[in-house]
Design a protein around this ligand. Structure first.
Ligand code: DGL
Length: 258
């Protein structure tokens, strides 16, 4: 089998994709990772799709210029907006995110599954299709994590205000009887401890799709024969449209996840 020590590119609108980066690093310790967090145009949620597609395309080209052998779109909004376009345009494999509704549906005991995602993701046709696929078996309820992305970007996950913002978003899911909460935005795992606090009772499971994404990446590396050599010393790079200071913040946050 051929080997390839080039990096895996990981893209997000900002810092959220580091929740996926963390799982890739854990699961694939010999793979170099090149993380691109836009940072300048985040959040993508409220911006027109065409504009967002332009930002993503520029980032992907930069990752490809630096030899990325596979690119993970570690952002639900980016996946929804750009994955089809990127696959039709570039030869490298792309891995996208989608809310992990399936494992939640398979394991719920109350029959109600909650999804937390950005307003844009929840309003999309893509989400409607996903929900319809499962709603014959269970009730799928959703809530927008308004303000969540901004809190994570500001590094204010542990502030009292963050607790209040999270409680407000989670309450309707609890009221509907959800016993599974699917995190449909890659920024949200950084608020998982606040969500757990808001939920309170221990019977609710919070589901982060990142470990499944890392397994999918591993599968594709084998499928394409592009794994790094055994014993390869992985390198971790950080790029941003927002400049050096933001890239340093990305590296700093990633350092806390090791
Ligand atoms: N991490 C992105 C996602 O998963 C955040 C979305 C945004 O920038 O609005 O959707």
């Amino acid at each position: 089998m051929s080997m390839n020590n080039s990096p895996i590119g990981v893209f997000d609108s900002g810092m959220g994709g580091l929740s996926v980066w963390r799982e890739l690093r854990r699961g694939l310790p010999e793979e170099s990772l090149l993380y691109y967090g836009d940072g300048l145009h985040c959040p993508y949620g409220e911006k027109p799709a065409r504009q967002v597609l332009g930002y993503i395309d520029a980032a992907v080209r930069e990752l490809l210029d630096r030899d990325a052998k596979l690119i993970v779109l570690a952002c639900n909004t980016a996946t929804m907006t750009a994955v089809k376009y990127l696959r039709s345009r570039y030869a490298v494999p792309f891995v996208g995110m989608e809310p992990a509704i399936k494992p939640a549906v398979e394991s719920t005991e109350s029959g109600v599954v909650g999804v937390l995602a950005t307003h844009t993701s929840l309003c999309s046709e893509w989400f409607a299709e996903l929900r319809d696929r499962y709603s014959a078996d269970v009730e799928v309820v959703s809530a927008a994590g308004d303000g969540f992305v901004e809190i994570v970007e500001a590094g204010e996950e542990d502030s009292p205000q963050a607790g209040e913002v999270v409680r407000r978003a989670v309450r309707p899911l609890m009221d509907a009887g959800a016993d599974r909460i699917v995190l449909g935005c890659t920024h949200y795992p950084f608020l998982a401890h606040r969500i757990a606090e808001a939920v309170g009772d221990g019977k609710v499971e919070i589901i982060d799709p990142a470990p499944a994404i890392a397994r999918r990446v591993e599968f594709l590396l084998d499928e394409y024969g592009i794994r790094a050599e055994r014993g390869h010393a992985a390198e971790y790079g950080f790029l941003s449209a927002a400049g050096e200071e933001y890239a340093r913040r990305l590296r700093g946050k990633a350092g806390t996840l090791l």
